[in-house]
Design a protein around this ligand. Structure first.
Ligand code: PRX
Length: 664
């Protein structure tokens, strides 16, 4: 590992050599995968400069492969890992557990791939998946990958409206969902939400013809209970309502009856699309980030292996949801590419009690553990006793992702959870980057609490000032990347212009992350947070525009402005200023309606924490809302800086006086 760190430092200090060396580095790694046809020409071809033409990244042109084949068939047949456990699945309720081996996973993926084919899904078609954290979610995504279909997973915490928006954008022909699931003691009627989304799609002129539903909560019921008219019986979950539309709905289990467990993979070109994953965009409309087959496979496999120092006997656990990129890259693709055994957990860190995580760590002898700062801060609130009830002797590496980790949380993670034995890998990356881009290598990179340290191999960061000049040495500014790595996104699905504008227009020649960054005297990178109109709530990106538009859709709201306010657990919370329509009075009923409206439009993660009645908003003379001033009001900071451009300064004092001090 130490020599890897020297290589990491070297690659950072000699960026001009990195593209050459990186082709060799990745070329060597590619030898360990199966290629139906070999690549020809340049390993990584690209243009990052809008002034020189279209932006593109191509990795391993000419090669063809299948990622599902590499993750499953190769591990079962070539590496003889058929009997190895791929996933220990743990349900929301303690004791609800099962496991699946690599051989079983391969068979079940093939069966479901045949089901998809029998429903007319072909290479290049898009399939939306809206499921809880169950093994069948992994099966559905890999079945798509096996037949060359593009999966678009929508986090099951998103609302029907958000699902509808994503279905329309990806023009998918089929939706896969489940009856419902529990999050802690809360029942989520997922099928109801899926139906609502499909109804909205139909109203907008896009009828999705088929919806495959997995019986998750009602799984022990007889297949026959699901007749053409009747919903499935609800023996295990009496409160679950499962409406059934025989014209559209299909039962996962019924479709599997008789499906063969052999399915020849579809050989895909390197740059064929693998999946779309939506991420918030600063204009409010989510962007469908597109990843392609070969580069993503190499990148997730390698970052997983090196960043977690993966060893064959490891039991790895990433607590993210597969509905986010962390789950795509570091629950499904990276670990399976390495033949790893993972824990797949459906539940919450606090249910039934705040020791749940550590109990699981001990029970399964978890060695590598990957979570988010928000989870660490949440557990930290309960002190060290719930952690120390369990031994955690098996732990070797602790990872974090999703937002800057404050040193206090880092130290608690290191001292209490890892008992000073386990290196912490603070991994900085994005949906767009596909995998880790700034990260320590465990036990090799000297750590600094709160710093994501150095770039991964082949990644060349730079820090730019407002005029786009590269800053040397200790400095602070825009974090950008100068060249691609295999796993970087290829475009915004169906919207190349948006791809170019969002990531490449501001500073030609660079990929712009949207994050601020500081480099210290030792060359360590410290992410300072988003510098666009994006908020990071519990590690999830939300655009202020998206929340604002959900608020103004309410008939009583004339205008809305949303800013982030620091939150001890979530990182940031949503502080919303609303200007009401003429004659409308502000009261608690309206406040509750607005909160509900945002939840219904976007999902629970976007629930406003504070809503303030704002008869006026601070605007410049040209009518632009001064969010900088609103952020100060939300935090009750009187030092406002230069406000000479404000059209009416009295508005500010009024807002300070009516500040919200308690969350709604
Ligand atoms: O602001 C950065 C923050 O999360 C953003 C990416 O969000 P998303 O695409 O949803 O992917 C999250 C999981 C990879 C980044 O632009 N972020 C992510 N990891 C870190 C981070 N900020 C600081 N430190 C990190 N380790």
């Amino acid at each position: 590992m130490l020599s890897l760190f020297s290589l990491q430092l070297w690659s950072w200090m000699c960026p001009s050599l990195t593209i050459l060396y990186s082709a060799e580095f990745w070329g060597d790694i590619a030898k360990d995968f199966f290629w139906k046809t070999k690549h020809t020409g340049q390993f990584l071809d690209y243009n990052f400069d809008v002034t020189k033409g279209e932006i593109f990244v191509k990795c391993m042109g000419g090669a063809s492969t299948n990622i599902c084949y590499n993750l499953l068939d190769r591990n079962v047949h070539e590496k003889k890992l058929g009997d190895k456990v791929a996933f220990y699945w743990l349900g929301n309720e303690p004791g609800d557990e099962m496991m699946v081996t690599y051989r079983e996973l391969l068979q079940r993926v093939c069966q479901f791939a045949n089901v998809l084919k029998s429903q007319g899904v072909k290479k290049g078609d898009c399939v939306s998946i809206y499921m809880p954290m169950v093994v069948e979610l992994v099966i559905a995504m890999l079945a798509c990958a096996r037949i060359g279909a593009i999966h678009s997973i929508v986090f099951a915490g998103f609302s029907a409206e958000s699902l509808c928006e994503r279905i329309l954008d990806s023009q998918c022909s089929l939706l896969i969902t489940a009856d419902g699931f529990y999050r802690g003691d809360k029942l989520i009627n997922l099928k109801l939400l899926a139906d609502e989304a499909l109804r909205k799609c139909r109203e907008k002129g896009f009828p999705v013809e088929k919806c495959i539903m997995l019986k998750h909560l009602s799984k022990e019921t007889e297949e026959t209970a699901l007749g053409s008219q009747s919903p499935p019986a609800k023996r295990s979950c009496p409160d679950l309502q499962v409406p059934w539309n025989p014209d559209v709905d299909l039962c996962w289990h019924t479709l599997l009856l008789g499906a063969s467990d052999e399915c020849e993979p579809e050989w895909c070109e390197s740059e064929d699309p693998l999946f779309i994953l939506y991420t918030s965009g600063s204009t409010g409309k989510p962007k469908g980030v597109l990843h392609t087959v070969s580069g993503y496979m190499l990148y997730t496999a390698t970052t997983f292996k090196l960043v977690f120092d993966y060893q064959p006997e490891d039991i790895y656990w990433c607590t993210a949801d597969i509905g986010w990129i962390t789950g795509h890259s570091y629950i499904t693709y990276g670990p399976l590419a390495n033949g790893a055994t993972s824990v797949l957990f459906e539940g919450l860190p606090t249910y039934p009690d705040v020791s749940r995580m550590w109990e699981i760590v001990d029970k399964y002898h978890v060695t590598k553990f990957y979570t988010a700062p928000t989870a660490i801060r949440l557990l930290m609130k309960y002190g060290s006793e719930p952690v120390q009830k369990y031994k955690r002797e098996s732990l070797k590496v602790l990872g974090t992702v999703g937002e800057p980790i404050n040193p206090e949380a880092w130290l608690w993670y290191y001292n209490v959870v890892g008992e000073k034995r386990c290196p912490i890998v603070d991994t900085f990356w994005q949906t767009e980057t596909g995998g880790h881009v700034l990260t320590p290598l465990p036990a090799a990179t000297p750590m600094k609490p709160g710093s994501a340290t150095f770039p991964f191999f082949g990644v060349v960061p730079a820090i730019l000032n407002e005029s786009g000049e590269e800053l040397e040495g200790p400095s602070e500014g825009y974090l950008v990347f100068k060249q691609p790595w295999p796993g970087v996104m290829r475009t915004v699905y169906g919207n190349y212009q948006r791809f170019e504008t969002t990531y490449f227009k501001k500073f030609p020649g660079y990929y712009v992350t949207g994050d601020g960054c500081r480099r210290d005297k030792d060359g360590y990178y410290w992410i300072t947070g988003r510098i666009d109109d994006m908020l990071n709530v519990s590690g999830h990106l939300l655009s202020t525009a998206e929340v604002e538009s959900a608020l103004v859709e309410h008939e009583s709201v004339a205008e809305a402005a949303v800013v982030g306010r620091p939150h001890p657990v979530k990182g940031e919370s949503l502080y919303c200023f609303v200007t009401l329509s003429e004659g409308v009075m502000y009261n608690h009923t309206l406040e509750a309606q607005l909160k509900k409206q945002v939840r219904e439009k976007i999902g629970a993660i976007a629930t406003p924490d504070y809503i303030q009645n704002a008869p006026g908003l601070p605007k410049t003379r040209s009518g632009k809302i001064m969010r900088r001033v609103l952020r100060k009001i939300a935090c009750n900071e009187r030092d406002l800086g230069d406000i000479s451009t404000l059209a009416d300064a009295s508005v500010v004092e009024q807002l300070f006086q009516n500040r919200c001090t308690t969350a709604v």
